[in-house]
Design a protein around this ligand. Sequence first.
Ligand code: Z5A
Length: 211
Amino acid sequence: MRQGLFVTIEGCEGAGKSTQCTLLALALERHGYPTYTAREPGGTPVSEKIRAILLDPGNNEITPRVELLLFLASRAQLVHQVILPALERGAVVISDRFHHSTLAYQGGARGLGLEDVGRVNAFATGALLPDITFLLDLPPEDGFLRKQGTTADRMEGAGIEFHRRVREVFLELAERERERIVVLDACEPVEKIAGQIESRVFQLLDQRSGQ
Ligand code: Z5A
């Protein structure tokens, strides 16, 4: 039975997701909450091997459907090996990306369709959904500037129009799922964003414990 809290952090390249996942985990641990942090794609030995295939710029023959299935294979392994057991132990699980990324990148920007992608995702995860999602919203141009000097992987090399479409779909998803997705301005200072995320997560944890 699921008892923990499942938090996901989403957004375009360089929006600050990894930074915020780390800060949230530290804040939770300071307050004594058992916490598990995952990143997608990846997070288990098998999922990390799939990540290497997906991000290798040399694998330019990967078709959109194969890309989708590889992201979902990585996720299925992560969910069943790590995330569900952690939630069952009562941990707060923080995932750096989850299914909203698949909807935005493969469903929207690659054109596979939100409904079809949503269905295959639900099969892969057993329909696991986050309790809350923070969408760090940033123009992709700004995200790429933050990552200047790093080598572009296969997804980063998809072109600026592709990444603009990803952002648009993320914002459309946030409109549709207002009760789950909190949109935050990723241009704000790191500490301000961290404070916004922490206060919402601690509020949810307090509600759960009946305080
Ligand atoms: N993908 C997909 O297509 N479908 C899927 O289902 C899933 C993923 C799950 C994974 O790449 C790729 O897979 C990704 C989507 C796709 N591709 N793209 N493009 P990844 O895991 O290697 O990279 P990422 O997820 O895009 O994260 P990132 O590039 O590492 O960025 P980030 O985690 O959002 O940002 P960060 O590392 O925390 O910060 C980046 C820099 O900005 C760093 O120097 C920070 O110090 C700085 N920073 C952070 N916050 C701020 C603020 N607030 N102000 C100023 N500077 C900041």
